[in-house]
Design a protein around this ligand. Structure first.
Ligand SMILES: [Mn+2]
Length: 358
């Protein structure tokens, strides 16, 4: 069988799943390709940077409509392709095909959800079982995740990563020597890169309320940029109600690309266009129109309300995202003691590790 990537991409754009045998072949070839990538991939602008998608495939289609299609637009995806949304399989399938088809124009960075442990709890595993009747496809993709790069540098100026900085990483060279070809560890530099968050109220590192990674403040950012002769850190990982957030005197940006997160947060999303002179422009967008996407069926709602602790479509039970009195809803574990999730612009995404490490 000859793999026809263009046909695969076309059928995914037509909302058709690929056959299991095709996914196997695509993942094997993409692993070979990723194996030769450094832990720090250097690319040039112009490039359009995309934050968390979390299985919101119809919003990803909207991103291509807004930002342009491959290979006309160069894309850098910052991770968290799967979990939470209803279409993780379609999302990771199309991104993998695009990476394999246009390896120099599409970059895929690893997020904390590109992990066996996390995807078994937050939806991707269950979705693979429902859509393919076995765990094979989940195995192919989670094996592939071990090969994804950890970071990208744009024009030697902008450091891009899913989560943030690590107290054990001072230089880019220290990232280059990490053995990344494995499941994301619970701690250490690799975990920090995918789990950490900026904290505008601090200067140094502190313990993260997520239970993995660290929070880092203004001095940490300044030191890292100075030491590595860069001028900006670009990351994803945190829901921003306005779709993006810029911190630390324009030294760090968060880009969030899942509008109306989990189909109920009511937030905006953005993609970040980085121009040839380093200029940054956030292109903000809303959720794709309801009439252009299939509504979740009762069966899909059941899929997400049974067995998944965060209960995307929980009916007022204690698992509801943002539901009153939610014990583990969005912001429900907030260290500020508030149950709301609009107290700041960038808020903590659902507190994954609180379940993850239970
Ligand atoms: Mn994340």
């Amino acid at each position: 069988m000859v793999l026809d990537l263009n046909a695969c991409i076309d059928s995914l754009f037509q909302r058709q799943l690929l056959a299991e045998s095709v996914i196997k072949e695509i993942c094997e070839k993409t692993k070979e390709l990723l194996m030769s990538e450094s832990n720090v991939v250097h690319i040039n602008a112009p490039v359009t940077v995309v934050g968390d998608i979390h299985g919101q495939f119809y919003d990803l289609l909207e991103i291509f409509k807004i930002g342009g299609y491959c290979p006309d637009t160069n894309y850098l995806f910052l991770g968290d392709y799967v979990d939470r949304g209803l279409y993780s399989v379609e999302t990771i399938s199309i991104l993998t095909c695009l990476k394999l088809r246009y390896p120099d124009r599409v970059q895929l960075v690893r997020g904390n959800h590109e992990s066996r442990a996390v995807t078994q709890t937050y939806g991707f595993y269950t979705e693979c079982m429902k859509k393919y009747g076995s765990a094979q496809v989940w195995h192919y993709f989670t094996d592939l995740f071990d090969y994804l790069t950890l970071s990208v540098v744009i024009d030697n100026m902008i450091f891009c990563v899913h989560g943030g900085l690590s107290p054990s990483i001072h230089t880019i060279d220290q990232i280059k020597v990490i053995d990344r070809f494995k499941e994301i560890p619970h701690e250490g530099p690799m975990a920090d890169l995918v789990w950490s968050d900026p904290d505008p109220g601090r200067e140094e590192f502190a313990v993260s309320p997520r239970g993995a990674g660290y929070t880092f403040g203004s001095l940490v950012v300044e030191k890292f940029l100075h030491e590595n002769r860069m001028d900006h850190i670009l990351r994803a990982h945190q829901l921003c109600m306005e779709g993006f957030q810029v911190l630390f005197d324009d030294q760090l940006s968060t880009v969030w690309s899942a509008p109306n997160y989990c189909y109920r947060c009511g937030n905006l999303a953005s993609i970040l266009e980085v121009g040839v002179n380093g200029e940054r422009h956030f292109n903000v967008f809303e959720a794709s129109p309801e009439n252009e996407r299939p509504l979740p069926t009762e069966a899909q709602r059941a899929l997400f309300s049974n067995g998944i602790p965060t209960g995307l479509f929980a009916n007022g039970n204690s698992n509801g995202l943002g539901a009153n009195g939610a014990s583990n809803g969005l912001g429900g574990n907030g260290s500020n003691g508030s149950n709301g999730f609009v107290t700041t612009n960038a808020i903590e995404a659902p507190q994954d590790p609180i379940h993850y490490f239970l």
